[in-house]
Design a protein. Structure first.
Length: 501
């Protein structure tokens, strides 16, 4: 109850108490007659009334201070759980199993939705206590989501403000909105319900998840990335992590509007892609590397052949001439696995103009570097790192993971000659994403790879709302690969590398 409501309630109680008490006379005035005559003075004493009001205000303030702060929204208990169970039992009996499996085409989905709605309406009509119209519509909608969608998280997938969904067991569901994590007001019926949703996600992709293989990477039809992990590895129950992608892929104008980079940086990156520079996008988890890679790939001319290689296909390229390759996990016998490294080697035989690797994690880094050094210019990839310098150290480690006994200097020479630019992106404390470094790889000096920042993001503080305050700054150094811009006929506007502030 708010402070105003408490004060109003206290005043009403005080007025009722005053009406019951006998009237008192002011000092120096005769008391009113008790025989029903009219009172000659006011019905209150100003000093006493003021004291009472102050006491009421102080009491209300103490009650408000003692009220605990509201915690995170808890998922409501489903009052219609038993009714939904009854509908599901009737669906198993009344609907053809073949119809349940046919959900690929819109016509099949529409037919199945009509059948489910008809069965659910029939069960609701048989209930002795009918539901009101809004509750009835909600129950039918949730049952359709269970049968055709992904259960309780279906509305979250349709919410464009949600960028990530995290299911930590059946009762704990969190979402990310505007870079902030909050708890959602939805829950699953049981761990088996979560397992059913996981199976629905991975089965169409030929993936499996069970005690023998308790982890899986998958994707949704819209390209959203899915990771699932189940007991006994997960001690809180089956867990699902879904990183949603926008319905329409972000463009460079969107990134400029979001403040991820400036218009000058975007113009420079467009020139780098068209000049066929080899680019690595680095950053931490959730920093937006894949989104930036999508935007960079949009600069590739439409007349070039692109081969993309990923663990789970999630890149959304707009060009027509694109070949998408996806790695494959081992089967039940532990055989048949196709790793990213195998796909990179195979891509070299497919006459690619561009090779785009979703992410390098291990030995495929060696094959990627060899492709970059053998005429396949303009390749793009991403990798996890905390800074551009850390990205180079990570590449060295990943090359060693290939099992080749190469000297460290040879590895560094391969890296320095293969990679031209590192685009480093970070997720800041306020949840915003920024391209913090555009760094040129210049070559070798002794045993050290030399680098030079071209653009950096300089943080100057935090505002009252907790948002990071800063600016993008050009270092004033012109990159050495500008001669490749000229060879490709790409004009460099004057002042592109000058910081005017």
């Amino acid at each position: 109850m708010s402070l105003r409501a408490r004060l109003q309630q206290a005043r009403q109680a005080q007025q009722e108490q005053q009406a019951k008490q006998p009237q008192q006379a002011r000092p120096g005035q005769p008391a009113p007659e008790r025989g029903g005559g009219q009172a000659q003075g006011p019905l209150y004493v100003p000093g006493q009334t003021q004291d009472r009001v102050l006491r009421v205000l102080e009491s209300a303030r103490q009650a408000a201070a003692a009220t605990p702060e509201p915690g995170p929204p808890m998922p409501r208990e489903d009052p219609h759980a038993a009714l939904k169970e009854k509908i599901h039992e009737r669906l198993v009996k009344d609907i053809d199993k073949e119809l349940l499996r046919k959900t690929d085409s819109p016509a099949d989905r529409q037919k199945l939705a009509s059948e489910v709605e008809a069965v659910a309406s029939k069960v609701l009509d048989e209930e002795p206590l009918p539901l009101i119209r809004s509750e009835r519509a909600q129950v039918i909608s949730e049952v359709i989501d269970d049968v055709m969608g992904l259960g309780p998280i279906t509305p979250l997938l349709e919410d464009d403000s949600v960028t990530e969904i995290m299911v930590n067991g059946p009762n704990m569901v969190y979402v990310e909105r505007s870079g902030r994590i909050e708890r959602a007001r939805v829950s699953f019926r049981s761990p088996d319900h979560v397992m059913h949703i996981i199976e629905r996600i991975v089965s169409p992709l030929g993936r499996r998840i069970d005690e023998a293989s308790p982890m899986v990477d998958a994707r949704l039809p819209d390209g959203s990335r899915v990771n699932a992990i189940i007991p006994p590895i997960s001690l809180v129950g089956p867990c699902i992590t879904i990183r949603k992608f926008a319905r329409e892929p972000f463009t460079v104008d969107d990134l400029v509007r979001f403040g991820t980079l400036t218009r000058e940086m975007a113009q420079f990156l467009e020139g780098c892609v068209k000049a066929r520079l080899n680019i690595v996008v680095s950053g931490g988890t959730g920093s937006g590397k894949t989104t930036t890679l999508n935007v960079l790939s949009s600069f590739i001319p439409p007349d070039e052949r692109i081969v993309t290689i990923e663990d789970a296909a999630e890149l959304q390229l707009r060009q027509d001439h694109v070949v998408t390759l996806e790695a494959r996990p081992p089967n039940l016998e532990g055989k048949g696995a196709i790793a990213i490294r195998d796909l990179v080697r195979n891509a070299l035989r497919m006459r690619p103009d561009r090779i785009v690797v979703g992410e390098v994690r291990s030995g495929e880094a060696l094959d990627m570097l060899q492709a970059m050094n053998t005429g396949h210019d303009g390749s793009l990839t991403t990798g996890h790192a905390n800074s551009p310098r850390d990205m180079l150290a990570r590449l060295e480690t990943m090359v060693l993971m290939a099992g080749m006994e190469l000297p460290l200097r040879a590895i560094r020479e391969q890296i320095s000659s293969a990679i031209d630019l590192i685009v480093h992106q970070a997720r800041l404390r306020d949840g915003s994403r920024r391209v913090t470094h555009l760094t040129e790889i210049q070559g070798m000096e002794g045993d050290v790879i030399t680098m030079q920042d071209i653009y950096v993001f300089e943080q100057t503080g935090v505002d009252e709302q907790g948002r990071v305050v800063g600016r993008f700054k050009a270092t004033g150094i012109r990159p050495k690969f500008l001669d490749r811009f000229e060879a490709a006929g790409i004009a460099v506007p004057p002042g592109l590398f000058v910081d005017f502030l």
